[in-house]
Every structure is written in C-alpha cells, then in structure tokens.
Design a protein around this ligand. Sequence first.
Ligand code: HEC
Length: 187
Amino acid sequence: MISKLNPFKPRQWAAAALSAAILAVGAFGFSSGAEAQNVKLGKTTWQEGGADCVRCHGWAGDGQGEDERAPQGANLRLSFLDRDTMEMFIKCGIPGTEMPHFDRGAYTDDRCFGQTAQQIGNDKPDIAERTIIKRQIDALLDYLYAEVVGKGMPVSLEVCEAYYSVGSTRCVGKYAPAAEAAPAAGG
Ligand code: HEC
C-alpha cells in the first residue's frame, strides 16, 4: 500500500521529497559542473515570459506576487530548502497547496512522491499554466540559489536595480538602499 502518506502532512512530503531526491541522485549521478553558466536562462524562466513564478512569488521571490488575484507564494528569500528538495517541489508542486507542478509528466506515473494522480487524489497539485523542461529547471535552480534563496529580507534598492535596471521606476522610491534598510548596526 503506497498511500501510507495519507492524510497529507507537509513534513511527510518534505521527507518524501528528500528520499525521492536521494534516489534520483543514485539513479542519475551528480549534476555536471556547468551549473553556473545558466543563471541568465534561469532568470528568464523565473519571469513572466517563462514559467511565471513571479506571478505568485514576486520578482524578488519574497512572496509579494505580481498578480494580486494569484495565490500568495512562499517567501523564497527566507527559504533554506536544499537544491534537490527545491527541484522536487518545482517538478511536482507541493501536495495540498496552491504551488503547481511544472513537470508536464508529474502524476502521469509515480515519479512524484511515488504517487500517481489516482493515488494522490484531491491533494494533487495543479499543473502550471506553462510547464518547463529539465534544462530550464536546472537553470532556474542556478538562478534561485545565486539570487534569491536564503538572501534574506528586506529587499533593497540595490537588489531591485540589479534585477531591473539602475533608476528603474519599479525600484526608485519603493525600496530603501541597503544601508538604510538594514537594522541599525552597533550601538
Ligand atoms: C499559482 C501560484 C504559484 C506559482 C505560479 C508558483 N508558486 Fe511556488 N508556491 C506557491 C505557494 C502558494 C507556495 C506555498 C505552499 C505552502 O507551503 O503552503 C509555494 C511554495 C514554493 C516553494 C517551497 C518553498 C519553501 O521553502 O517551502 C518553492 C521552492 C516554490 N514555490 C518555487 C516556485 C518556483 C520556482 C516557481 C516557478 C517555476 C513557482 N514556485 C511558481 C505558489 C506558486
């Protein structure tokens, strides 16, 4: 009986994601050293023209989505998920939440948490409006770990201008310079 994971609990899913990720590493070997080259493609994938993660997570990944009708995504700047778990969540979505799955084939077989659509039932994440392929997912992960994951809060003017452009109306007057935004240092 595979449905031991029912009823679904986030902790169990995280554990399942982890063991699935470990299995995946065992099966396919470690990823190549080409990761660092992909940050630019990753940013494109993150944005509206790509997988449109920004719709729910916001350009900065802080959970302030670009579309106010969209579900509020998690704050990835405060996330400490390891890369394998993050990849699993992007491909498979997060069961029982509004985080959709971006691997077109997820739940057509048991590649995600060992569950088919039939087994997972109502907790099956929605399919994303635009699914992405392995190369885009790898690039997206490179981008996220370079610029977003664990980078903390608040989002500074400098971070915004690096994302858009120096002097961008998206940034000026909306985000404080890092020196001002940072909690007062020292005494
Ligand atoms: C339709 C809205 C939506 C879209 C689009 C979306 N997400 Fe999410 N995402 C969510 C929500 C909602 C959560 C929080 C789920 C929960 O734990 O309740 C989430 C959670 C996550 C998490 C887990 C974070 C953590 O620390 O637990 C990751 C990683 C993530 N999203 C990455 C992405 C990436 C990368 C994309 C684009 C490929 C994306 N999301 C697109 C809604 C979305």
